[in-house]
Design a protein around this ligand. Structure first.
Ligand code: ADP
Length: 173
């Protein structure tokens, strides 16, 4: 599924984020930035050990913030590491932190002149954010940013399972 947001494109696909050829891919990291399970582990495996070496120099990342590294063996030139909130029941501050993780990732991309990026669904794995609640927050934040910043030409959400893709498609509808 693909929609136009001004002159930019927002895409929803099922797939593996490590295989994306966008200028940057976004990693759903943890605050230590030293690797982990889920999408984080997959990105580190695909990028190779130099990614961890660079991450070690960064001194971590706050929840809701984002930092950038090179992509090493990935097709994407850069990895933007963001830290989503751990879900502990629906509340406005958790939602704001999820919003912030998406927005800060986009801001970091824009500051580097990156024109296309791929996001996984942040916080909806080990961090327990229900997909049906996270998808509208993710989409709303990205759409708002693209309306204000057409220099980001393409944002692709790469959903890992068919069910995840369906939840995002439903939210976009
Ligand atoms: P978090 O700790 O932010 O919840 P996880 O990595 O546990 O991060 O999960 C985030 C989402 O990423 C989940 O929906 C999970 O299914 C998905 N995911 C896991 N591996 C990949 C991958 N290779 N590509 C895209 N999405 C993935």
């Amino acid at each position: 599924m693909e929609v136009k947001i001004g002159s930019s494109v927002l895409e929803l696909v099922q797939g593996d984020i490590t295989e994306q050829d966008t200028g940057a891919i976004v990693n759903a990291a943890n605050r230590a930035l030293l690797g982990g399970g889920g999408v984080d582990g997959a990105i580190h495996r695909a990028a190779g050990p130099e990614l961890l070496d660079e991450c070690r120099t960064l001194g971590g990342c706050d929840t809701g913030d984002a930092v950038i590294t090179r992509g090493y063996k990935l097709k994407a030139r850069y990895v933007i590491h963001t830290v989503g909130p751990v879900y502990r029941g629906a509340n406005p501050s958790t939602e704001r932190l999820l919003e912030s993780a998406y927005r800060r990732s986009l801001e970091v991309a824009r500051a580097k002149g990156i024109r296309s990026l791929a996001f996984p669904s942040i916080s909806t794995g080990a961090y327990g954010y229900p997909l049906e609640e996270a998808a509208p927050v993710a989409l709303r934040t990205v759409i708002k940013f693209l309306r204000a910043h057409p220099e980001i030409e393409r944002v692709r959400f790469v959903l890992y399972s068919p069910a995840d893709l369906r939840a995002f498609e439903k939210a976009l509808g």
